[in-house]
Design a protein around this ligand. Structure first.
Ligand SMILES: Nc1nc2c(c(=O)[nH]1)N[C@H]1C(S)=C(S)[C@@H](COP(=O)(O)O)O[C@H]1N2
Ligand SMILES: [Mo]
Length: 416
């Protein structure tokens, strides 16, 4: 283990972000002080489709690198050779905009009992933005890569390593060629520093950790990154092979060179030992009512509104319960429908004054539904069949609906 160094710059970074965003995000508890983390301050963020940059969570481990945009290049290595500058990306390649729901793999970690280590997100580390940039496909094709052939793409961040871990993440080359991009704009504006300026990878529908910020190198190899695989000093594989894998307490998962199944839920159900957090599990959140202030009674009813997503799979339907999970009714999906981005849902609630507990529960196109709760730490096998999500040491990819409930008090109006 590398000794942790206390770092003042961490708190300066967080304070600067909080200042700039003026109440739209808050700092999240991170006892080990390992991450720069802020998340959506209010549930209202989850009542709208596009998340303003001000409300978009931020999560990274190292200092934001200091950047000279003119000099910044992305080198292409391994089975490709070359480099592209930011100006090349902007001027010499096709430009696309992609809607992507970014969710930290640790979102919902706060559902785990007992608590796991690391950042205690409740639900605030999810957001949808429009990312503009160059398809990875366009760049790789020009450099002679036509087909995936079971290979992997490893993206390396230019953030200075903390200890000697470099930030490197591998995704299947098939995914990279399908829909990933090197993004330089977010919601139509230049990328903010904390979101990866001048250029980051966007992996639509996959957990945030795969979308490497401040990208300086793309490596094409037959395998995903393992220790010693990269041509540079430092520790190469801790972000791919050690952290961000789903496993019971006390297990140190073996590094794997390749896996055949990359869908996170399918890995959980199948034979990949200790799944990698790739595409996001089916999830939903209610954004309105927000549970923060009592709602005045309205005899015409109240509209419950929220968002639901399922990584790069589609959401099939969302059920809403207004009685703490006793009964469920199907909500209506509406609004924009892009691969890799969440859907809005609404439900007309014929409400009586009183206190009510609301839940939402999404099901994806493969019939996978959000589980009721997180299992005990000693349960591992068969938890999915019991409608539980496995408690795991890193607290990753939790998607139970119960802790996402909102308690709403409906007040009788004065004039009723
Ligand atoms: N280079 C680099 N990229 C990174 C990280 C990092 O620490 N370094 N953090 C990852 C994690 S864990 C998440 S959840 C997302 C968050 O992206 P955002 O801050 O733009 O929301 O960035 C990912 N990309
Ligand atoms: Mo994350």
């Amino acid at each position: 283990m590398v000794a942790e160094r206390p770092r003042d710059s961490r708190h300066e970074e967080i304070d600067a972000i909080l200042d700039e965003r003026d109440g739209s995000v808050t700092e999240t508890r991170d006892d080990a002080d390992k991450y720069t983390v802020v998340g959506a301050a209010h549930r209202r963020t989850f009542a709208n489709w596009l998340t303003p940059v001000e409300e978009h969570f931020v999560c990274h481990r190292n200092d934001i690198p200091s950047i000279d945009e003119e000099a910044w290049t992305v080198s292409l290595t391994g089975q490709v050779e070359g480099s592209v500058s930011v100006a090349d990306l902007e001027e010499s390649y096709p430009t696309v905009a992609v809607a992507h729901t970014m969710e930290c793999a640790g979102n919902g970690r706060g559902q785990h009992r007992p608590e796991t280590g690391s950042v205690q997100w409740e639900f605030e580390a999810a957001a949808t933005a429009l990312w503009t940039g160059t398809p990875v496909r366009s760049i790789l094709r020009e450099h002679g890569i036509e087909s995936p052939d079971g290979r992997w793409l490893t993206a390396i961040g230019g953030d200075p390593s903390d200890g000697d871990d470099i930030f490197a993440r591998s995704i299947p080359l098939s995914k990279a060629l399908e829909d990933c991009l090197l993004a330089y704009e977010m919601n139509g504006d230049p990328l903010p520093r904390e979101h990866g300026y001048p250029v980051r990878l966007i992996v639509p529908g996959w957990y945030g950790v795969n979308s490497v910020k401040w990208v300086e190198e793309l490596v094409i190899m037959d395998e995903m990154v393992t220790e010693g695989a990269l041509d540079r000093p430092g520790k190469h594989a801790s972000w791919q092979q050690e952290s961000y894998r789903i496993h019971p307490e006390g297990v140190e998962p073996d590094a794997q060179a390749t896996i055949d199944e990359v869908d996170t839920w399918a890995q959980l159900e199948g034979d990949v030992s200790y799944p990698y957090t790739f595409d996001a599990n089916v999830m939903s959140l209610i954004g309105a009512p927000d549970g923060e202030s009592p709602v005045p009674f309205d005899r015409d009813g109240i509209t419950v509104r929220g968002v639901a997503w399922a990584g790069d799979d589609a959401v099939d339907y969302v059920d809403v319960s207004t009685d703490g999970g006793e009964t469920w009714d199907e909500a209506e999906l509406f609004g924009p429908d892009y691969d890799g981005a969440w859907r809005l849902f609404r439900y007309d609630w014929d409400v009586e004054p009183g206190t009510h507990v609301l839940f939402s529960r999404a099901t994806d196109e493969l019939g996978r539904r959000q589980p009721v709760s997180i299992s005990d730490p000693d349960a591992w096998n068969e938890v999915l069949e019991n409608d539980e999500y496995p408690w795991n040491e890193g607290g990753y990819a939790a998607n139970a609906y119960e802790p996402n409930g909102v308690e709403v008090t409906i007040l009788e109006g004065d004039d009723e």
